[in-house]
Design a protein around this ligand. Structure first.
Ligand code: ATP
Length: 464
């Protein structure tokens, strides 16, 4: 679960600095807690999964690298064209899927081909990867054979359960196929012969079931799925266990690997566990600042920033806004102040569990609250796309106190999605924050104009 340790470190530092001198900005000191910066990728991934209750609408480009150029990849525009078993087709339609998503359209023909083909696929969260490999596994198994034929590993207990749910739902009309969870707490005696055709679990337990306990015969596995590879490799132990499992499988076993991101380390791991792969990459829409109007507001302190924020709210109609604060404490204070002013505010806070965060983001996505106040740590990597205004109550910075340009782009970039014009307002209350703003301007080669929040006419103009 999320530890949110960075927020904790920032909070701690904030409180220490307060007691030293009220005039010294805590931004002036570099952070010391480097290890605290390790993100909880699994929590992030689980959050995104829970939030994406429907397919994310993307206009992304697909890149397909086929191993065998002589077998042209045919495109599937309907699920019928995949010649799925009737039971599965019913399952798919029962889940409300009318046609395959982009990643499904490209990956499913490869996954269902004869002879089996290996695949490495990358696309952002919510694009339909889980549903794709769930369908592939369900299509491949022979329900008459009462042994494990498909093995799927996920980085955490919770992610394994989420994926299992999809398989169960999709296989609803195919009850002959059974699923078992190889997760902690699911204790089976050594030598038990598992009858379930599909097993989903975490690497450690799956490895135990295959080797020590001999519950699964790895030589009888015909599909091996590695889900959330980017999260998996964040834990060295998982990486080693995954490779050990893979080594036990027969050469002809189909290997499938999925990941939401594809940095070098993921790539290296993928190449080790998936021989001769086909590769599908769904390029994420480039985030851009071009359609976003960016401003800054000059203030002396936090209270003035709050007044400026209220002035903006008073002058323009804001559909939905996200407000980013640097610390959990500021976020809490701000949401309380905004609530006093009559705003309906949601606060995403560091001490919440993943489930609580997902519920809050879900309500915000549904429009139940119009303002979401959050810290960056809390919302990192989470896609909320419909926001029209982003307020940087505190500017994003890295551990050394420099501008965090990537985070800035991620926060702001989303407001301009789908061609809509977005608005971003940066609150400046110190020399240091002005410095960060200048670094951001320089990095993106874009001038950010000053906004006078005491001039209501001027504010009104920016929303046109
Ligand atoms: N073809 C489809 N049509 C409509 N909805 C779909 C389709 N495929 C998947 N979905 C839905 O879209 C949501 C996201 O799908 P899925 O969980 O498979 O994405 P993902 O890429 O695996 O995401 P993550 O990386 O977070 O695991 C789910 O609610 C799923 O039910």
């Amino acid at each position: 679960m999320a530890t949110d340790s960075w927020a904790l470190a920032v909070d701690k530092q904030e409180s220490t600095t307060d007691s030293v001198s009220l005039n010294v900005s805590y931004y002036d000191r570099p952070f010391t807690c480097h290890s605290c910066l390790v993100e909880d990728k699994a929590a992030q991934s689980l959050l995104n999964k829970m939030i994406h209750t429907s397919l994310v609408n993307t206009t992304n480009q697909v890149e397909v690298l086929q191993r065998d150029p002589n077998s042209p990849l045919y495109s599937v525009k309907t699920f019928e064209e995949l010649r799925l078993k009737d039971e599965l087709l019913r399952g798919v339609y029962d889940m409300g899927f009318n046609r395959p998503s982009k990643i499904q359209e490209n990956a499913l023909p490869m996954m269902l081909a004869e002879p089996p083909q290996n695949l490495i696929a990358q696309s952002q969260s919510g694009t339909g990867k889980t549903a794709a490999f769930a369908l592939a596994m369900l299509s491949h198994v022979d329900p008459a054979n009462k042994w494990t034929q498909c093995l799927c590993i996920a980085p955490t207990y919770e992610l394994a359960l989420q994926t299992g749910k999809v398989i169960e739902q999709m296989g609803k009309f195919y009850p002959e196929v059974k699923l078992a969870y190889a997760i902690r707490g699911n204790k089976l005696d050594r030598g038990t012969k598992l009858q379930e055709q599909i097993v989903i679990g975490t690497p450690g337990t799956v490895l135990d079931w295959c080797s020590k306990l001999k519950i699964i015969d790895p030589k009888k596995i015909s599909i091996f799925v590695l889900d959330e590879a980017d999260v998996m490799i964040a834990t060295q132990g998982h990486q080693d266990q995954s490779i050990r499992i893979q080594r036990m499988l027969p050469n002809e076993c189909q290997m499938l690997l999925f990941s939401a991101t594809f940095e070098d380390s993921v790539w290296k791991f993928a190449e080790r566990v998936v021989p001769d792969p086909n590769i599908i990459k769904l390029k994420r829409e480039e985030e851009t600042l071009d359609t976003i109007k960016q401003y800054y507001v000059l203030c002396n302190d936090k209270d003035e920033k709050f007044t400026a924020l209220c002035n903006i709210y008073g002058a323009i109609t804001i559909a939905q806004a996200m407000i980013f604060c640097h610390t959990r404490r500021t976020a809490g204070w701000l949401s309380a102040e905004l609530t006093k002013e009559g705003h309906v505010v949601a606060l995403l806070s560091g001490e919440m569990t993943v489930e609580q965060r997902a519920a809050i983001i879900e309500r915000f996505r549904e429009g139940k609250e119009k303002v979401l106040v959050t810290t960056n740590v809390c919302s990192r990597g989470i896609d909320v796309e419909q926001v029209s205004v982003v307020i940087n109550f505190d500017l994003p910075m890295d551990k050394d106190g420099n501008a965090d340009n990537e985070t800035y782009l991620h926060r702001i970039g989303r407001t301009g999605r789908f061609g809509k014009r977005g608005l971003a307002v940066n609150m400046i209350d110190s020399k240091h924050s002005m410095n960060i703003l200048n670094q951001i301007e320089e990095h993106f080669n874009k001038k950010i104009n000053k906004l006078d929040t005491d001039d209501l006419d001027e504010i009104e103009k920016i929303s046109n």
